[in-house]
Ligand binder design. Sequence first.
Ligand SMILES: [Zn+2]
Ligand SMILES: [Zn+2]
Length: 155
Amino acid sequence: MSNYIARFITHKDYKCNHCHKLPPDFYGDDGDGKSRTPVIYQEFFEAYEKFRVPWGRPINWTSGYRCLYWNDQVGGSPISIHVFGLAGDLECKSNEELEGLYKCILTFSPELRLGKYRERIIDGKKRKPFIHHDVGYEIIPRLTKKWRRGARWTG
Ligand SMILES: [Zn+2]
Ligand SMILES: [Zn+2]
């Protein structure tokens, strides 16, 4: 059974791979009994939907939200946007598919911050290509100038 938290995004795609949790405030947590998801998450999911619709086929998320423990375990930056629940890693089957999806995101959600990771051999093991996408520019105040709209990098 797929349990969707947003259009095209399942709970399984997005939750922390280790503890299966969502960000602590995901369903609202001000103690007033009113459940609401902060707008910043909706902005992240909407930016995804904008390129996922024209892309037209399922995308495998290998990492969405990460709790602090898990982010540390996987060697993420201590201020990784994943710990805010505002980033996703999108696995591709080949470098060709990677380039296609990257181009699609540039066309439909150019404001996203994007990291492009081509297929690579790391410690004798093949790492599948993936695209990191996030809305780190929505986080205020900024901890680094890199949290700007349209930031690009490769890894
Ligand atoms: Zn966790
Ligand atoms: Zn990532």
